[in-house]
Design a protein. Structure first.
Length: 375
């Protein structure tokens, strides 16, 4: 077992690890789950977003910790949750076109799971009502409220109120509450982040107040992501939906130092070439790590002073520091991604690593695709 003064990430049996590999460090995931429960106060308040892990094994860890509600974006993630044993799933993404009937097929295939869709337009409500009627279902449906990110959601005030009333008036839909994601709130300072998140809180509470004054039920309010998780945890009636924090990444580690979560997932590669003096090439190309973040896409933990100078599909070239021992061909490089969520979906499975650095299992990334298995 690694001591407190040793690096936490070395693989004890590197010869058996193909590269590039996605590695999940299991005790660190457990520690992150414990920290999320500490922030939430009780497991019933957590509704983790599985868009980061996409793994039934991580879901199983959450279920064992008492978490019973989940959130996802894709239908493949929703099916993965059902197969993993979840029984309460919010699908927080607009269902449009064939995805509407695919959603009702999912509900009929897994009748023991309560799936809640979100909507942000009258067209979406009409399509969902028609599909639910055709499938002889009644679906609790939540309104997705735009609180400033301007990605999805209906505007606060009259538009959101009218949309909620429309749901309540449909014979095959039922009011399912309100959802809001304030991913645009990224203040580094916690007090500033709390102040920014207060806009979300005010909008959600105002909408709930108007609806309840009309006799409409608002069974749940689901708010936030990882950065605003501690802010919304201060609002006792909110369900909390962080996702990234269970694996964490270099971006949030740098941007939000107040969050006490541990990096628990790495991309592990090998030095495959030394093409020129002072350069090494690692077998982690753009097909093996997220490329959406500005700046460096990851940091080599065991060679932190190295500088990325170019990346192509299968290669990543780094310039070595002027001092220190240069790595050899074949040496493992442990890369902390800047953005873990889209890094995970590059892999069919993650190597689960125990406290002794041994790869103890292969955890399938079941929900890396988008289609349902039965359609």
């Amino acid at each position: 077992m690694h001591t407190a003064t040793e690096a936490w990430y070395p693989i004890a049996d590197p010869d058996g690890l193909p590269t590039p590999s996605l590695c999940f460090y299991t005790s660190r995931i457990e520690a992150n789950i414990a920290e999320a429960l500490r922030i939430a106060g009780r497991p019933e308040r957590l509704r983790p977003h599985v868009k980061t892990c996409k793994s039934p094994d991580v879901v199983a860890m959450l279920l064992r910790a008492g978490v019973s509600r989940f959130k996802c974006a894709t239908l493949a993630e929703a099916e993965m949750l059902a197969q993993a044993g979840a029984r309460d799933v919010l699908v927080a993404y607009p269902l449009i076109g064939p995805n509407v009937t695919a959603f009702t097929a999912l509900c009929r295939t897994y009748p023991g799971v309560r799936f809640y869709p979100t909507v942000d337009s009258p067209d979406a409500v009409q399509a969902l009502e028609a599909a639910a009627a055709a499938a002889s279902l009644t679906l609790e449906t939540a309104v997705d409220l735009n609180v400033g990110m301007n990605r999805t959601g209906v505007a606060p005030g009259q538009p959101s109120e009218a949309l909620y009333r429309m749901i309540a008036d449909k014979p095959h839909l039922a009011p399912g509450g309100i959802h809001a994601y304030d991913g645009h709130v990224q203040d580094r300072d916690f007090d500033a982040r709390r102040a920014s998140a207060a806009i979300t809180v005010a909008a959600l509470r105002e909408l709930r107040s108007v609806l309840e004054s009309e006799g409409l039920v608002v069974p749940r309010i689901v708010a936030g992501g990882t950065p605003t998780f501690p802010c919304h945890a201060e609002i006792p009636e909110f369900e909390l939906s962080p996702g990234t924090c269970f694996l964490h990444d270099g971006g949030y580690l740098e941007q939000h130092p107040d969050l006490q979560f541990l990096p628990a997932a790495l991309i592990v590669g090998r030095v495959v070439s030394k093409p020129s003096a002072g350069l090494i090439t690692v077998d982690i190309g753009s097909k093996a790590i997220a490329t959406d973040a500005a700046g460096p896409r990851g940091t080599i933990l065991n060679l932190p002073e190295s500088k990325p100078v170019g990346q192509s599909e299968e290669h990543w070239v780094f310039r070595l520091p002027s001092s220190g021992t240069a790595p050899r061909i074949g040496d493992l490089m442990y890369v902390l991604p800047r953005h873990i969520c889209p890094s995970v979906e590059h892999y069919d499975y993650a190597a689960a690593v125990d406290d002794d650095g041994r790869v103890c299992a292969r955890w399938p990334i079941t929900a890396r695709g988008r289609e349902l298995s039965f359609m």
